[in-house]
Design a protein around this ligand. Structure first.
Ligand SMILES: [Zn+2]
Length: 288
């Protein structure tokens, strides 16, 4: 680690020690640092061999696959396999447990764009975690005939039994359906109680006025900057006691997916950019 980065992490450690409140913003870079990377080509070869032949290289090529001209059967073969890998094959990552240990005894809240449920699986009290983009555990009606959502894991496990490995397509009888109207389901990342989580997040931010709030971004890039990155800058700007630490490193092998660990100059010394992997920072904080 560069000396410059080590000093910045020491500054972060001091800020956390003196903080009255800690707000963590977690993006895909945190899970990537924990080993769950949608850029992993070896994982792709193992779980999606039929798609490899079609020119796809990694899950990131497909994770927001609305642009793909796929049949319903292909779409569900993909979701059933992708979510199975993320939720059930990949373990609860030790890095998330380390992060939880760092927060023990503190007044904290987490907002995350990750749908992978790593916070839930590591035992974070979920009333202190807001999954801004919902999670892979939720399914809804494609019509939709109502606002109901339901757990996706069982229907997806059933769908996997109907996947033809040659064509990587789920047979019609395996396609998850709405329990009310029978229409095909939709991966519906936001659960029915989404608004409650959002309100808890807003309350935490509003209640931080006049307090020493430390905002820590872990692995948040420019994929969906409106979810965490820009709001964190605005919160820091609005609350004079707040400090922002932006921890991110780019996916150097994938041009266009740099981490851009920069902070707005107008925040002055209240904002610090740390050009490191989230795992390096969390482990360094643990050992300080
Ligand atoms: Zn329905």
């Amino acid at each position: 680690m560069r000396e410059e980065d080590r000093q910045k992490i020491e500054t972060l450690a001091e800020a956390l020690n003196g903080a009255e409140r800690i707000l963590i913003g977690a993006g895909a870079g945190l899970s990537a640092a924990a080993g769950l990377s949608y850029f992993d080509e070896e994982v792709f070869k193992t779980w999606f061999p039929a798609l490899l032949k079609e020119g796809y290289r990694c899950q990131y090529n497909l994770v927001g696959f609305g642009d793909e001209d796929w049949s319903l059967g292909r779409k569900w073969a993909y979701w059933a396999t992708h979510v199975h890998y993320v939720r059930e094959v990949f373990p609860s990552a030790p890095l998330y447990h380390e992060l939880l240990a760092l927060l023990q005894g503190r007044d904290w809240f987490v907002v995350t764009s990750n749908a992978d449920r790593q916070f839930f699986r590591a035992g974070f009290p979920m009333e202190r975690v807001f999954e801004y983009q919902g999670s892979y555990d939720n399914m809804g009606c494609s019509v939709p005939c109502g606002h109901h959502t339901w757990n996706s894991l069982e229907p997806l496990a059933r769908a996997r039994e109907f996947i033809d490995p040659e064509t990587f397509t789920c047979a019609p009888e395996g396609i998850p359906r709405c329990p009310v109207c029978g229409a095909p389901a939709e991966m519906c990342f936001r659960p029915e109680n989404y608004a409650e989580g959002r309100d808890r997040y807003v309350d935490f931010v509003n209640g931080s006025e006049g307090k020493r709030l430390v905002l820590v971004e872990l692995g948040v890039g420019f994929n969906t900057p409106g979810v965490i990155r820009w709001p964190f800058e605005r919160i820091c700007r609005a609350l004079p006691e707040a400090r922002l630490f932006r921890v991110n490193r780019g996916y150097l092998d994938y041009p266009g997916h740099k981490g851009y660990p920069t902070v707005p100059p107008e925040l002055g010394d209240r904002a610090t950019a740390i050009d490191c992997d989230a795992a390096e920072v969390i482990m360094a904080l643990r050992d300080m």
